[in-house]
Design a protein around this ligand. Sequence first.
Ligand SMILES: *Cc1c(COP(=O)(O)O)cnc(C)c1O
Length: 418
Amino acid sequence: MSSKSPNYSPDVQLETILAKELGRQRDKLEMIASENFVSEHILRVTASVFTNKYAEGYPDQRYYGGCEFADELEILTQARARKLFGAEHANVQPHCGSSANMAAFFAAMKPGDPFLGMNIAHGGHLTHGAPVSFSGRVFKAHYYGVKKDTELIDYDEVMRLAEEIKPKVIVCGASSYPRVIDFERFRQAADRAGAALVTDMAHFAGMVAAGLYPSPVPFSEIVTTTTHKTLRGPRGGLILSKRTYAKAVDDEVFPGIQGGPLMHVIAAKALALAEALEPDFIDYQRQILKNASRLATRLVDAGFRLVSGGTDTHLVLIDLRNKNITGRQAETALDKAGITANKNTIPFDKERFTVTSGLRLGTAALTTRGLIESDMDEVAEFVATSLHNCEDDSQLKKIRERVVSFSRKFPLYPGLDF
Ligand SMILES: *Cc1c(COP(=O)(O)O)cnc(C)c1O
């Protein structure tokens, strides 16, 4: 959007902030595993006139007039979501991944019911039962985790807890688990308990869409996701389900927990789903995986220990304990060096969650910028040198200068002023 358009009344304060944020995104290396850059086309569609439209309800059952094109848009988006993931039903209205999970849980159980989710300290998400989240407050959460030796999900524990607790829902999917999840084993556990299996594929949805990660859709009653992580769409949520859960899911999204859908975001979801249906999306996802694998190899070469020893996905989780630095120190040092990432608990972490012993790095956003494996060698060197010189501000500043010139080789939104 140009600030030079007619009738534009400048808001200098706001423009400055927007320009600074664009500059930050351009000049730093974005390695937060849950972030990505949408295409310029998606950016434009997100700012469309649909932001003006109220469309409470669903196509042909709206509470407002003037919804004929909103209906057309939502039907198109639903069809694309079903096609991309081979799902029986799609609800494209959730404002975010958390509200998608909330709707899924309410569709499959009642307040107070027991459910089984992944321990947040082992890689699960807040909404998988953390006591501070609605999920841990409204429902009775029980947790499974990873095995101490392999740092892989303890499927025997999942089965044992399923039999013992008889949860109404088992939720799988994670935020900082670098390995492929065995959905078949979760299905067996859910069957043993008579539970619904809810899979939250927020992080790996892009790879599922590309056929590079097993699809949870055939195994799960309900699948939830964000649309803005590896799927590379606008910020938002999406729910896929079996036909038998369609009405319950729809009723929980609206009127259960949300009001009017964000139709401009749904328009951008439609475009993101179309982009994901293109063959070059598979190449993109394949490159994410190659880049993550190269990053993992180079970090191990530099003496870092990775949780589970490596990765099958877009993310690596570094255990910093052998380097005697905390996740918080690592995050700060990287930020000074121009690399954006986040501290993260590692399984059996002894540090507080505000400190942590881990660092999570992802390659989805850098891959969108055009980085390939050989570039990851340089990125890994930036990361390793920064972490090895955590306390040395002049070293970090030198890396920062190198990062800026490196970043400029990979243009981001070249035509945009903010
Ligand atoms: C990111 C994430 C979410 C939540 O998404 P928001 O859009 O931030 O609400 C839910 N589940 C998992 C596994 C995630 O990684």
